[in-house]
Design a protein around this ligand. Structure first.
Ligand SMILES: Nc1ncnc2c1ncn2[C@@H]1O[C@H](COP(=O)(O)OP(=O)(O)OP(=O)(O)O)[C@@H](O)[C@H]1O
Ligand SMILES: [Mg+2]
Length: 461
Protein backbone atom coordinates (compact mmCIF):
# COMPACT_ATOMS: atom_id res chain seq x y z
CA UNK A 1 0.00 0.00 0.00
CA UNK A 2 1.38 3.44 -0.92
CA UNK A 3 2.25 5.73 1.99
CA UNK A 4 1.34 9.40 1.82
CA UNK A 5 2.20 12.14 4.30
CA UNK A 6 0.00 15.25 4.48
CA UNK A 7 1.75 18.30 5.96
CA UNK A 8 -0.89 20.93 6.68
CA UNK A 9 -1.43 23.30 9.62
CA UNK A 10 -5.13 23.78 8.94
CA UNK A 11 -6.33 20.68 10.73
CA UNK A 12 -9.85 20.86 9.35
CA UNK A 13 -8.61 20.72 5.74
CA UNK A 14 -5.90 18.22 6.60
CA UNK A 15 -8.35 15.73 8.08
CA UNK A 16 -10.57 15.90 5.00
CA UNK A 17 -7.57 15.21 2.73
CA UNK A 18 -6.43 12.27 4.84
CA UNK A 19 -9.90 10.73 4.89
CA UNK A 20 -10.28 11.09 1.10
CA UNK A 21 -6.93 9.38 0.63
CA UNK A 22 -7.75 6.61 3.11
CA UNK A 23 -11.10 6.13 1.38
CA UNK A 24 -9.17 5.33 -1.80
CA UNK A 25 -7.06 2.76 0.03
CA UNK A 26 -3.87 4.76 0.58
CA UNK A 27 -2.06 4.71 3.90
CA UNK A 28 -2.20 8.41 4.82
CA UNK A 29 -0.80 10.17 7.88
CA UNK A 30 -0.84 13.73 9.05
CA UNK A 31 1.79 16.20 10.24
CA UNK A 32 0.45 19.50 11.52
CA UNK A 33 3.47 21.64 10.63
CA UNK A 34 6.67 21.64 8.63
CA UNK A 35 8.99 20.66 11.46
CA UNK A 36 6.82 17.67 12.45
CA UNK A 37 6.61 16.76 8.78
CA UNK A 38 10.39 16.60 8.39
CA UNK A 39 10.77 14.59 11.59
CA UNK A 40 8.23 12.12 10.21
CA UNK A 41 10.11 11.93 6.90
CA UNK A 42 13.33 11.20 8.76
CA UNK A 43 11.77 8.30 10.64
CA UNK A 44 9.61 6.70 7.96
CA UNK A 45 9.75 6.36 4.23
CA UNK A 46 6.89 7.79 2.20
CA UNK A 47 6.00 7.48 -1.46
CA UNK A 48 4.38 10.89 -1.59
CA UNK A 49 4.19 14.11 0.43
CA UNK A 50 1.40 16.66 0.10
CA UNK A 51 2.42 19.92 1.70
CA UNK A 52 0.77 23.25 2.34
CA UNK A 53 2.90 26.23 1.34
CA UNK A 54 2.36 28.73 4.13
CA UNK A 55 2.98 27.32 7.59
CA UNK A 56 4.64 28.79 10.68
CA UNK A 57 8.32 27.91 11.46
CA UNK A 58 9.04 25.84 8.40
CA UNK A 59 7.00 26.41 5.24
CA UNK A 60 6.16 24.16 2.29
CA UNK A 61 9.31 25.18 0.38
CA UNK A 62 11.34 23.94 3.34
CA UNK A 63 9.52 20.61 3.30
CA UNK A 64 10.02 20.35 -0.46
CA UNK A 65 13.69 21.12 -0.05
CA UNK A 66 14.06 18.29 2.45
CA UNK A 67 12.22 15.84 0.18
CA UNK A 68 14.28 16.73 -2.89
CA UNK A 69 17.61 16.48 -1.07
CA UNK A 70 17.04 13.78 1.50
CA UNK A 71 14.31 11.53 0.06
CA UNK A 72 14.86 11.68 -3.70
CA UNK A 73 12.53 8.74 -4.33
CA UNK A 74 9.58 10.49 -2.67
CA UNK A 75 7.35 12.72 -4.80
CA UNK A 76 6.05 16.03 -3.47
CA UNK A 77 2.81 17.86 -4.32
CA UNK A 78 2.16 21.45 -3.18
CA UNK A 79 -1.22 22.50 -1.76
CA UNK A 80 -1.75 26.15 -2.53
CA UNK A 81 -4.24 28.99 -2.23
CA UNK A 82 -4.76 31.40 -5.14
CA UNK A 83 -2.45 33.91 -3.54
CA UNK A 84 0.52 31.58 -3.70
CA UNK A 85 0.22 30.13 -7.20
CA UNK A 86 3.38 31.98 -8.22
CA UNK A 87 5.33 30.27 -5.45
CA UNK A 88 3.89 26.92 -6.53
CA UNK A 89 5.30 27.40 -10.01
CA UNK A 90 8.62 28.14 -8.36
CA UNK A 91 8.19 24.94 -6.29
CA UNK A 92 7.82 22.89 -9.47
CA UNK A 93 11.07 24.38 -10.74
CA UNK A 94 12.66 23.21 -7.51
CA UNK A 95 11.44 19.66 -8.01
CA UNK A 96 7.80 19.43 -6.88
CA UNK A 97 5.74 17.06 -9.02
CA UNK A 98 2.66 19.30 -9.29
CA UNK A 99 0.43 21.65 -7.28
CA UNK A 100 -3.25 21.57 -6.33
CA UNK A 101 -5.18 24.79 -5.67
CA UNK A 102 -7.45 25.18 -2.68
CA UNK A 103 -10.29 24.65 -2.03
CA UNK A 104 -9.35 21.11 -2.85
CA UNK A 105 -11.80 19.02 -4.82
CA UNK A 106 -11.43 15.34 -3.95
CA UNK A 107 -11.55 14.18 -7.59
CA UNK A 108 -8.70 16.50 -8.53
CA UNK A 109 -6.77 15.50 -5.43
CA UNK A 110 -7.04 11.80 -6.24
CA UNK A 111 -6.18 12.38 -9.89
CA UNK A 112 -2.98 14.26 -9.15
CA UNK A 113 -1.98 11.81 -6.39
CA UNK A 114 -2.47 8.86 -8.73
CA UNK A 115 -0.44 10.58 -11.46
CA UNK A 116 2.41 11.26 -9.05
CA UNK A 117 2.45 7.68 -7.79
CA UNK A 118 2.32 6.32 -11.32
CA UNK A 119 5.23 8.54 -12.26
CA UNK A 120 7.18 7.30 -9.25
CA UNK A 121 6.52 3.68 -10.25
CA UNK A 122 7.65 4.35 -13.79
CA UNK A 123 10.81 5.98 -12.52
CA UNK A 124 11.55 2.98 -10.33
CA UNK A 125 10.76 0.56 -13.13
CA UNK A 126 13.08 2.51 -15.37
CA UNK A 127 15.91 2.29 -12.85
CA UNK A 128 15.27 -1.42 -12.36
CA UNK A 129 15.31 -2.06 -16.13
CA UNK A 130 18.49 -0.08 -16.57
CA UNK A 131 20.15 -2.13 -13.83
CA UNK A 132 18.94 -5.34 -15.41
CA UNK A 133 20.26 -4.28 -18.82
CA UNK A 134 23.58 -3.42 -17.26
CA UNK A 135 23.73 -6.82 -15.59
CA UNK A 136 22.60 -8.70 -18.66
CA UNK A 137 25.00 -7.04 -21.05
CA UNK A 138 28.04 -6.68 -18.87
CA UNK A 139 31.10 -8.45 -20.26
CA UNK A 140 30.73 -11.06 -17.53
CA UNK A 141 27.82 -12.46 -19.53
CA UNK A 142 29.90 -13.08 -22.60
CA UNK A 143 30.89 -16.72 -22.47
CA UNK A 144 34.44 -17.85 -23.16
CA UNK A 145 37.68 -18.72 -21.43
CA UNK A 146 39.84 -19.21 -24.53
CA UNK A 147 42.91 -17.07 -24.97
CA UNK A 148 41.24 -15.24 -27.85
CA UNK A 149 38.24 -14.32 -25.69
CA UNK A 150 40.40 -13.39 -22.70
CA UNK A 151 42.00 -10.92 -25.05
CA UNK A 152 38.61 -9.50 -26.00
CA UNK A 153 37.57 -9.17 -22.33
CA UNK A 154 40.82 -7.38 -21.53
CA UNK A 155 40.20 -4.86 -24.31
CA UNK A 156 36.58 -4.28 -23.30
CA UNK A 157 37.69 -3.55 -19.76
CA UNK A 158 40.40 -1.18 -20.93
CA UNK A 159 38.26 0.84 -23.33
CA UNK A 160 34.93 0.86 -21.44
CA UNK A 161 35.70 3.79 -19.19
CA UNK A 162 37.14 5.95 -21.93
CA UNK A 163 35.43 7.77 -24.77
CA UNK A 164 37.67 6.12 -27.34
CA UNK A 165 36.08 5.12 -30.63
CA UNK A 166 36.14 1.36 -31.09
CA UNK A 167 35.94 -0.71 -34.24
CA UNK A 168 34.81 -4.30 -33.79
CA UNK A 169 35.68 -6.62 -36.64
CA UNK A 170 34.75 -10.25 -37.05
CA UNK A 171 32.72 -12.75 -39.05
CA UNK A 172 28.97 -13.05 -38.72
CA UNK A 173 27.61 -14.35 -35.43
CA UNK A 174 30.81 -13.97 -33.42
CA UNK A 175 29.28 -11.64 -30.84
CA UNK A 176 30.17 -8.18 -32.19
CA UNK A 177 26.94 -6.63 -30.95
CA UNK A 178 27.39 -8.31 -27.58
CA UNK A 179 30.85 -6.77 -27.30
CA UNK A 180 29.50 -3.32 -28.22
CA UNK A 181 26.78 -3.60 -25.57
CA UNK A 182 29.29 -4.70 -22.95
CA UNK A 183 31.47 -1.67 -23.68
CA UNK A 184 28.49 0.65 -23.30
CA UNK A 185 26.95 -0.91 -20.19
CA UNK A 186 30.32 -1.31 -18.47
CA UNK A 187 31.10 2.38 -19.08
CA UNK A 188 30.15 5.60 -17.27
CA UNK A 189 27.61 6.11 -20.04
CA UNK A 190 25.81 2.90 -19.07
CA UNK A 191 22.80 4.74 -17.62
CA UNK A 192 22.46 6.84 -20.76
CA UNK A 193 21.02 5.56 -24.04
CA UNK A 194 22.70 3.04 -26.30
CA UNK A 195 21.38 3.64 -29.80
CA UNK A 196 21.92 0.87 -32.31
CA UNK A 197 21.69 1.43 -36.05
CA UNK A 198 22.33 -1.12 -38.73
CA UNK A 199 23.79 0.83 -41.64
CA UNK A 200 23.28 -2.12 -43.98
CA UNK A 201 19.58 -2.53 -43.27
CA UNK A 202 18.41 1.03 -44.04
CA UNK A 203 18.18 2.28 -47.64
CA UNK A 204 20.87 4.84 -48.40
CA UNK A 205 18.36 7.63 -49.04
CA UNK A 206 16.90 7.24 -45.55
CA UNK A 207 20.07 6.57 -43.60
CA UNK A 208 21.21 10.18 -43.49
CA UNK A 209 17.96 11.39 -41.95
CA UNK A 210 17.95 8.38 -39.60
CA UNK A 211 21.39 9.31 -38.34
CA UNK A 212 21.18 13.08 -38.28
CA UNK A 213 17.43 13.80 -38.29
CA UNK A 214 15.67 16.18 -40.62
CA UNK A 215 13.72 19.44 -40.67
CA UNK A 216 10.10 19.66 -41.74
CA UNK A 217 9.74 19.92 -45.51
CA UNK A 218 13.37 19.04 -46.22
CA UNK A 219 12.26 16.31 -48.63
CA UNK A 220 9.01 14.89 -49.97
CA UNK A 221 7.34 13.09 -47.14
CA UNK A 222 9.12 15.01 -44.38
CA UNK A 223 5.88 16.28 -42.82
CA UNK A 224 7.43 16.86 -39.41
CA UNK A 225 10.91 17.57 -38.26
CA UNK A 226 12.59 14.60 -36.67
CA UNK A 227 15.40 13.93 -34.23
CA UNK A 228 18.13 11.62 -35.57
CA UNK A 229 19.91 8.76 -33.81
CA UNK A 230 22.95 10.87 -32.97
CA UNK A 231 20.78 13.29 -31.02
CA UNK A 232 18.96 10.41 -29.33
CA UNK A 233 22.28 8.99 -28.22
CA UNK A 234 23.42 12.26 -26.64
CA UNK A 235 25.32 11.51 -23.44
CA UNK A 236 25.44 7.82 -24.35
CA UNK A 237 26.75 5.61 -27.13
CA UNK A 238 25.85 5.05 -30.76
CA UNK A 239 26.57 1.63 -32.24
CA UNK A 240 27.01 1.80 -36.01
CA UNK A 241 26.61 -1.79 -37.11
CA UNK A 242 27.74 -2.94 -40.56
CA UNK A 243 29.63 0.29 -41.08
CA UNK A 244 31.20 -1.18 -44.23
CA UNK A 245 27.85 -0.79 -45.98
CA UNK A 246 27.74 3.00 -45.59
CA UNK A 247 27.80 5.05 -48.81
CA UNK A 248 30.83 7.26 -49.51
CA UNK A 249 28.69 10.43 -49.28
CA UNK A 250 27.56 9.54 -45.77
CA UNK A 251 31.05 8.48 -44.80
CA UNK A 252 32.14 12.10 -45.30
CA UNK A 253 29.39 13.33 -42.99
CA UNK A 254 30.21 10.74 -40.37
CA UNK A 255 33.85 11.76 -40.52
CA UNK A 256 32.84 15.28 -39.53
CA UNK A 257 30.88 14.04 -36.52
CA UNK A 258 33.88 11.98 -35.47
CA UNK A 259 36.16 14.97 -35.82
CA UNK A 260 34.17 17.53 -33.90
CA UNK A 261 30.88 15.98 -32.75
CA UNK A 262 28.88 18.42 -34.87
CA UNK A 263 26.35 18.04 -37.66
CA UNK A 264 23.22 19.57 -39.17
CA UNK A 265 19.89 17.88 -39.63
CA UNK A 266 18.93 17.16 -43.24
CA UNK A 267 17.52 20.46 -44.58
CA UNK A 268 18.57 22.29 -41.42
CA UNK A 269 21.03 25.12 -40.94
CA UNK A 270 21.53 24.98 -37.19
CA UNK A 271 24.68 23.12 -36.15
CA UNK A 272 23.96 20.56 -33.49
CA UNK A 273 26.58 19.53 -30.98
CA UNK A 274 26.39 16.12 -29.33
CA UNK A 275 28.40 14.18 -26.78
CA UNK A 276 28.32 10.65 -28.16
CA UNK A 277 30.68 7.71 -27.93
CA UNK A 278 30.96 5.84 -31.22
CA UNK A 279 31.35 2.09 -31.60
CA UNK A 280 31.32 0.61 -35.09
CA UNK A 281 31.26 -2.99 -36.26
CA UNK A 282 31.83 -4.76 -39.52
CA UNK A 283 32.19 -8.28 -40.84
CA UNK A 284 34.09 -6.97 -43.85
CA UNK A 285 37.79 -6.49 -44.06
CA UNK A 286 37.81 -2.71 -44.35
CA UNK A 287 41.38 -2.54 -45.63
CA UNK A 288 40.22 -4.45 -48.70
CA UNK A 289 37.28 -2.01 -49.00
CA UNK A 290 39.78 0.88 -48.83
CA UNK A 291 41.78 -0.64 -51.69
CA UNK A 292 38.57 -0.98 -53.69
CA UNK A 293 37.74 2.67 -52.99
CA UNK A 294 34.46 1.81 -51.28
CA UNK A 295 35.62 2.86 -47.82
CA UNK A 296 37.42 6.09 -46.93
CA UNK A 297 40.83 5.60 -45.47
CA UNK A 298 40.57 8.74 -43.26
CA UNK A 299 37.31 7.46 -41.79
CA UNK A 300 38.87 4.07 -41.18
CA UNK A 301 41.66 5.58 -39.11
CA UNK A 302 39.19 7.71 -37.16
CA UNK A 303 37.08 4.66 -36.34
CA UNK A 304 39.91 2.27 -35.74
CA UNK A 305 41.44 3.94 -32.71
CA UNK A 306 41.11 0.60 -30.97
CA UNK A 307 40.20 -2.52 -32.88
CA UNK A 308 38.60 -5.48 -31.17
CA UNK A 309 38.65 -8.63 -33.25
CA UNK A 310 35.77 -10.98 -32.54
CA UNK A 311 37.37 -14.39 -33.10
CA UNK A 312 35.55 -17.06 -35.17
CA UNK A 313 34.40 -20.07 -33.17
CA UNK A 314 36.69 -22.48 -35.00
CA UNK A 315 39.64 -20.59 -33.53
CA UNK A 316 38.42 -21.10 -29.98
CA UNK A 317 37.19 -24.64 -29.79
CA UNK A 318 37.68 -24.79 -26.05
CA UNK A 319 34.76 -22.36 -25.71
CA UNK A 320 32.37 -24.71 -27.51
CA UNK A 321 31.49 -26.94 -24.50
CA UNK A 322 30.97 -23.82 -22.37
CA UNK A 323 28.67 -22.25 -24.93
CA UNK A 324 26.78 -25.53 -25.35
CA UNK A 325 26.15 -25.61 -21.60
CA UNK A 326 25.22 -21.95 -21.48
CA UNK A 327 22.65 -22.27 -24.27
CA UNK A 328 21.26 -25.55 -22.85
CA UNK A 329 20.49 -23.72 -19.63
CA UNK A 330 19.20 -20.66 -21.47
CA UNK A 331 16.66 -22.61 -23.52
CA UNK A 332 15.68 -25.08 -20.83
CA UNK A 333 11.92 -25.10 -20.52
CA UNK A 334 10.32 -24.83 -17.15
CA UNK A 335 8.68 -28.03 -15.91
CA UNK A 336 9.73 -29.98 -18.97
CA UNK A 337 12.50 -32.54 -19.25
CA UNK A 338 15.02 -31.32 -21.76
CA UNK A 339 18.57 -32.10 -22.72
CA UNK A 340 21.17 -32.05 -19.98
CA UNK A 341 24.33 -33.10 -21.79
CA UNK A 342 26.07 -34.56 -24.82
CA UNK A 343 27.55 -38.02 -25.39
CA UNK A 344 31.32 -37.95 -26.07
CA UNK A 345 30.73 -38.72 -29.76
CA UNK A 346 28.19 -35.94 -30.10
CA UNK A 347 30.42 -33.41 -28.34
CA UNK A 348 33.30 -34.49 -30.52
CA UNK A 349 31.29 -33.75 -33.64
CA UNK A 350 30.36 -30.34 -32.21
CA UNK A 351 34.05 -29.66 -31.67
CA UNK A 352 35.03 -30.81 -35.16
CA UNK A 353 32.37 -28.81 -36.98
CA UNK A 354 33.64 -25.57 -38.53
CA UNK A 355 30.66 -23.37 -37.53
CA UNK A 356 30.46 -20.94 -40.47
CA UNK A 357 27.70 -19.04 -38.61
CA UNK A 358 29.75 -19.05 -35.42
CA UNK A 359 28.08 -18.61 -32.01
CA UNK A 360 24.72 -17.70 -33.52
CA UNK A 361 24.67 -21.00 -35.44
CA UNK A 362 25.64 -22.95 -32.33
CA UNK A 363 22.93 -21.17 -30.38
CA UNK A 364 20.36 -22.17 -33.01
CA UNK A 365 21.49 -25.81 -32.98
CA UNK A 366 21.02 -26.00 -29.22
CA UNK A 367 17.65 -24.26 -29.42
CA UNK A 368 16.59 -26.87 -31.98
CA UNK A 369 17.89 -29.79 -29.90
CA UNK A 370 16.07 -28.59 -26.79
CA UNK A 371 12.82 -28.88 -28.74
CA UNK A 372 13.49 -31.95 -30.85
CA UNK A 373 15.78 -34.25 -28.86
CA UNK A 374 13.86 -36.97 -27.03
CA UNK A 375 16.55 -38.03 -24.55
CA UNK A 376 18.33 -36.00 -21.88
CA UNK A 377 21.72 -36.89 -23.38
CA UNK A 378 22.23 -35.80 -26.98
CA UNK A 379 23.67 -38.67 -29.05
CA UNK A 380 25.63 -38.30 -32.26
CA UNK A 381 22.56 -39.40 -34.23
CA UNK A 382 20.46 -36.61 -32.69
CA UNK A 383 22.68 -33.90 -34.17
CA UNK A 384 21.61 -32.05 -37.31
CA UNK A 385 22.81 -33.92 -40.36
CA UNK A 386 25.32 -31.34 -41.53
CA UNK A 387 27.13 -31.58 -38.22
CA UNK A 388 27.20 -35.38 -38.36
CA UNK A 389 28.58 -35.10 -41.86
CA UNK A 390 31.78 -33.33 -40.83
CA UNK A 391 33.48 -36.41 -39.48
CA UNK A 392 32.22 -38.61 -42.25
CA UNK A 393 33.14 -36.06 -44.89
CA UNK A 394 36.79 -36.03 -43.81
CA UNK A 395 36.92 -39.80 -44.14
CA UNK A 396 34.90 -39.75 -47.33
CA UNK A 397 37.08 -37.24 -49.10
CA UNK A 398 40.08 -39.36 -48.22
CA UNK A 399 38.38 -42.51 -49.44
CA UNK A 400 37.40 -40.79 -52.66
CA UNK A 401 41.01 -39.84 -53.14
CA UNK A 402 42.15 -43.45 -52.60
CA UNK A 403 39.67 -44.69 -55.18
CA UNK A 404 40.72 -42.02 -57.63
CA UNK A 405 44.33 -43.02 -57.21
CA UNK A 406 43.29 -46.60 -57.94
CA UNK A 407 44.72 -47.98 -54.71
CA UNK A 408 43.79 -51.54 -53.76
CA UNK A 409 42.04 -52.00 -50.42
CA UNK A 410 45.22 -53.49 -48.95
CA UNK A 411 47.34 -50.58 -50.07
CA UNK A 412 44.78 -48.01 -48.99
CA UNK A 413 44.68 -49.57 -45.54
CA UNK A 414 48.49 -49.48 -45.47
CA UNK A 415 48.55 -45.79 -46.46
CA UNK A 416 45.98 -45.02 -43.80
CA UNK A 417 47.86 -47.04 -41.19
CA UNK A 418 51.00 -45.12 -42.04
CA UNK A 419 49.21 -41.79 -41.61
CA UNK A 420 47.87 -42.86 -38.23
CA UNK A 421 51.31 -43.96 -37.05
CA UNK A 422 52.89 -40.67 -38.14
CA UNK A 423 50.15 -38.70 -36.37
CA UNK A 424 50.53 -40.76 -33.17
CA UNK A 425 54.33 -40.46 -33.24
CA UNK A 426 54.08 -36.71 -33.68
CA UNK A 427 51.59 -36.36 -30.89
CA UNK A 428 53.83 -38.30 -28.53
CA UNK A 429 57.03 -36.51 -29.53
CA UNK A 430 58.50 -39.67 -31.06
CA UNK A 431 58.12 -41.76 -27.93
CA UNK A 432 56.96 -45.16 -29.22
CA UNK A 433 55.47 -46.36 -25.93
CA UNK A 434 53.22 -43.31 -25.85
CA UNK A 435 52.33 -43.57 -29.53
CA UNK A 436 51.41 -47.24 -29.07
CA UNK A 437 49.13 -46.27 -26.22
CA UNK A 438 47.41 -43.67 -28.40
CA UNK A 439 46.87 -46.29 -31.09
CA UNK A 440 45.73 -48.78 -28.50
CA UNK A 441 48.29 -51.41 -29.57
CA UNK A 442 51.33 -52.99 -27.91
CA UNK A 443 54.66 -51.22 -28.29
CA UNK A 444 56.15 -54.31 -29.96
CA UNK A 445 53.28 -54.36 -32.49
CA UNK A 446 53.99 -50.73 -33.31
CA UNK A 447 57.71 -51.42 -33.82
CA UNK A 448 56.87 -54.33 -36.08
CA UNK A 449 54.40 -52.26 -38.13
CA UNK A 450 56.92 -49.45 -38.48
CA UNK A 451 59.52 -51.90 -39.71
CA UNK A 452 57.08 -53.29 -42.27
CA UNK A 453 56.20 -49.80 -43.39
CA UNK A 454 59.89 -48.93 -43.83
CA UNK A 455 59.75 -45.92 -41.58
CA UNK A 456 62.78 -43.69 -41.90
CA UNK A 457 65.07 -43.08 -38.95
CA UNK A 458 63.76 -39.55 -38.49
CA UNK A 459 60.26 -40.74 -37.67
CA UNK A 460 61.53 -43.66 -35.57
CA UNK A 461 63.88 -41.51 -33.50
N1 LIG B 1 30.57 -15.29 -26.29
C1 LIG B 1 29.24 -15.37 -26.31
N2 LIG B 1 28.57 -15.75 -25.21
C2 LIG B 1 27.23 -15.87 -25.22
N3 LIG B 1 26.47 -15.60 -26.28
C3 LIG B 1 27.05 -15.21 -27.40
C4 LIG B 1 28.48 -15.06 -27.48
N4 LIG B 1 28.80 -14.63 -28.71
C5 LIG B 1 27.64 -14.50 -29.37
N5 LIG B 1 26.58 -14.85 -28.61
C6 LIG B 1 25.17 -14.89 -29.02
O1 LIG B 1 25.18 -15.20 -30.42
C7 LIG B 1 24.25 -14.41 -31.12
C8 LIG B 1 24.98 -13.57 -32.16
O2 LIG B 1 25.75 -12.56 -31.53
P1 LIG B 1 25.86 -11.08 -32.11
O3 LIG B 1 24.56 -10.63 -32.67
O4 LIG B 1 26.49 -10.23 -31.09
O5 LIG B 1 26.87 -11.38 -33.31
P2 LIG B 1 27.39 -10.42 -34.46
O6 LIG B 1 28.86 -10.63 -34.56
O7 LIG B 1 26.91 -9.04 -34.22
O8 LIG B 1 26.70 -11.06 -35.75
P3 LIG B 1 26.36 -10.36 -37.19
O9 LIG B 1 27.65 -10.05 -37.86
O10 LIG B 1 25.63 -11.45 -37.89
O11 LIG B 1 25.56 -9.17 -36.89
C9 LIG B 1 23.51 -13.60 -30.09
O12 LIG B 1 22.34 -14.26 -29.71
C10 LIG B 1 24.48 -13.53 -28.93
O13 LIG B 1 23.79 -13.40 -27.72
MG1 LIG C 1 25.61 -7.87 -35.36
Amino acid sequence: MEKILVVEDNLFEAKIIVSVLKGKGYEASLASDGVTGIRELENNSYDLVLTDLIMPDLDGMGVLNHVVNKCPKTKCIILTGHATIKSSVEAIKQGAFDYITKPIASTELLLVVEKALQFKNLEEENIRLKRELKKRYSRTNIIGTSKAMENVFGLIEKVADTDITVLIQGPSGTGKELIARAIHYDSDRGEKPLVVINCGAIPEALLESELFGHEKGSFTGAHKSRVGRFEMANGGTIFLDEIGEMSPALQVKLLRVLQDQRFERVGGTKTIHVDVRIIAATNKNLTVAINNNTFREDLYYRLNVIMIKAPPLKQRKSDIPLLVNYFMKKFQKKDKETITGFSPDAMNAMLEFVWPGNVRELENVIRQLVVLCENPIVEFEDLPEHIQQTEISVTRSEAAQFLEEGLSLDNAVKVYERKLIIEAMEKSNGIKAKAAKLLNIKRTTLVEKMKKQNFSKSVCA
